[in-house]
Design a protein around this ligand. Sequence first.
Ligand SMILES: *[C@@H]1O[C@H](CO)[C@@H](O)[C@H](O)[C@H]1NC(C)=O
Ligand SMILES: *[C@@H]1O[C@H](CO)[C@@H](O)[C@H](O)[C@H]1NC(C)=O
Ligand SMILES: *[C@@H]1O[C@H](CO)[C@@H](O)[C@H](O)[C@H]1NC(C)=O
Ligand SMILES: *[C@@H]1O[C@H](CO)[C@@H](O)[C@H](O)[C@H]1NC(C)=O
Ligand SMILES: *[C@@H]1O[C@H](CO)[C@@H](O)[C@H](O)[C@H]1NC(C)=O
Ligand SMILES: *[C@@H]1O[C@H](CO)[C@@H](O)[C@H](O)[C@H]1NC(C)=O
Ligand SMILES: *[C@@H]1O[C@H](CO)[C@@H](O)[C@H](O)[C@H]1NC(C)=O
Length: 610
Amino acid sequence: MYLSYSAVLLLTAIATPTWAGLVKQNQVKSKYDFIIVGGGTSGLVVANRLSATGSKSLSIIGELDAGEDSVKIPRLALEHIEPKYQFNITTVPQPQLDNRAFPIYAAHVVGGGSTINGMFFDRGSKGDYNLWRDIDRSQAKWGWDDLLPKFTMSETFHLPPSEISSLNVTFDIKAHGTGGPIHSSYPPFLFPATRKFLDVFSDVNITVQRDGGSGNLGAFWIPNTLDPASMTRSYARSAYWDPVSRRPNLDLLTGNKVTKIIFDRNKRAVQVEYASSRNGARSTVGARSEIIIAAGSQHTPQILMLSGIGDKDTLGSLRIPVISDLPGVGQNLQDHPAFTPNGSFTNDLTPNPGYLKDDIWNNEQFQLYNANKTGVYTTSVANEGAFLPLSQVTDKVNQIIDAIQRQNPAEYLLPRARRCLVDGVKKQRDLILKGIKDSNIAFAEYVNGITPSTPVALQKPFSRGFISINSTDAFSDPVIDFRTFTNPVDLDIMVEMFKFWRKLLTTQTWKGLGANEIAPGPNVTSDDQIRAYIKSNAVPTIAHPCCTAAMMPAGLGGVVCPELKVYGVDGLSIVDASIMPIIPSTHPVATVYAIAEKAAEIIKYRHRLF
Ligand SMILES: *[C@@H]1O[C@H](CO)[C@@H](O)[C@H](O)[C@H]1NC(C)=O
Ligand SMILES: *[C@@H]1O[C@H](CO)[C@@H](O)[C@H](O)[C@H]1NC(C)=O
Ligand SMILES: *[C@@H]1O[C@H](CO)[C@@H](O)[C@H](O)[C@H]1NC(C)=O
Ligand SMILES: *[C@@H]1O[C@H](CO)[C@@H](O)[C@H](O)[C@H]1NC(C)=O
Ligand SMILES: *[C@@H]1O[C@H](CO)[C@@H](O)[C@H](O)[C@H]1NC(C)=O
Ligand SMILES: *[C@@H]1O[C@H](CO)[C@@H](O)[C@H](O)[C@H]1NC(C)=O
Ligand SMILES: *[C@@H]1O[C@H](CO)[C@@H](O)[C@H](O)[C@H]1NC(C)=O
């Protein structure tokens, strides 16, 4: 029935009108079956899968990348991100981080974060997704077992190339996909000290897993979102958009921003309002089946609130008519706070990252990349990591559990937090405490390892931040407050994680390379000194924001149900990282693809599009 003239419209922010699949504003049809608000990582997955059914879709988002080296060449992935591909937003000052304010990372480009991230392609552990499942019986289908096929559905894994065979990269082929759109692979070049990073963890009796993709904790190799045929980034645009951009039932409108969702009298989402600039004319486009929000964890709550979905008092103070009073919208913000102690090897293997500062070597490597697609320019940030439960990082686990259990969770939320938010954070806390006792969720991440300056990143913070709005202007930035370390136990855990880093420096493997600590340095020894160092050096976000429109029961402050529909309205769903209830202990992009693959199936099922 839907087939009359059905599609998916994606809406985003800057136009290149000649490009296949893109529509100009005057070509936008008056109605589509589906409208996807955002053409980032998750939006493109859902657009691809829904348009394959013949339904009409439109997506609106930021701008298209122009294939810059910084997008395509792995080595340049984090060295230079085009400023125009990111929103320019700053957090409010963070009192527990010496009152510093921080830039946030939010992509403003077709493909979203997958276009500008560090190209890690790892997953959380079984315990991570089983937390989502265990929040409520209704979420039984969101555990590891149900998500694993969605992870593999997005992936085509390639065997490690022969050039790095001496490093013994291990993997479990059963954990990977072989026919999905995203290519995952290892670069043909790795610094020789790379392997030592895993040996360091063996030295402290931590299991080096065959493959982290199997869902176990420990140290392991991590592939990149790297297409080995071209040795360039594999991302949502190249994988999910470019191959289908000519589908006649799929339109993408760039250069516009969604200003709000419009509901009919029955609270059914029926239209999307958008504009190309703050003072530009507002246009609307209608949706027959569903409006799908995929604007990312920072902008999804903003769009919801502008549309009348959020805490009634917040909306009331801005005179936004309340469509659905959902106090959880924008709350529950989580990320991975991190800092990087400075260390060096006095006896490093060669070549090593220091060579990158040598213009001649660097230049040779760049030519090698251009001529032969080999060398250091095929590498991005790192290819291994360690994700460890608290019990492997510190012997103070019981003290930490006691400290959390003694807390009244309400005291660590915003003043006068509504009952459902308190109940939600308490439920999360109890599940996380169980995960600590069972040692099946990771608290600490150490990555990189080519130098001892590995970031120390807290994976399961107890503090909860929020996204809000203080203006009804969709072109104003949302207010972003991570509230990092507002639960002081997070900082205590970071202190233990830092001491564990110091222990790594004393392992036989790193001692053999002459590992030494430069900063904070030997005069920073007491817990108070370490705490002070972390407060003045940590960042609240490493571009992993999530959980701001969480899939949880409404009574626990949730925003979407397990079928990803927004509570209190009809015809509106969310498919991006906002729906995660608890941040997984991993780099998020693979999880975002998996969620979006699952979301597409849920939506197809809902509208009988099989
Ligand atoms: C970001 O915003 C700040 C403050 O408004 C401004 O000074 C800066 O130039 C902007 N940066 C970019 C890359 O646009
Ligand atoms: C790789 O594995 C082989 C065989 O198990 C072993 O002899 C060799 O030392 C390993 N290489 C590294 C770098 O660990
Ligand atoms: C690792 O385990 C071995 C054997 O059980 C033990 O002798 C050693 O002390 C342990 N090392 C560390 C760092 O825990
Ligand atoms: C780490 O220490 C080295 C040597 O003092 C210095 O050159 C480098 O800039 C430091 N790195 C950071 C990130 O502070
Ligand atoms: C590329 O590989 C070929 C064959 O191995 C080699 O002769 C050539 O020197 C390489 N190119 C560069 C720029 O190193
Ligand atoms: C909104 O909050 C931001 C801080 O995130 C602040 O810079 C701005 O002035 C506020 N705007 C209004 C209208 O209060
Ligand atoms: C440690 O020494 C450094 C360098 O001399 C100094 O900058 C820093 O303030 C000292 N820190 C403490 C906690 O004494």
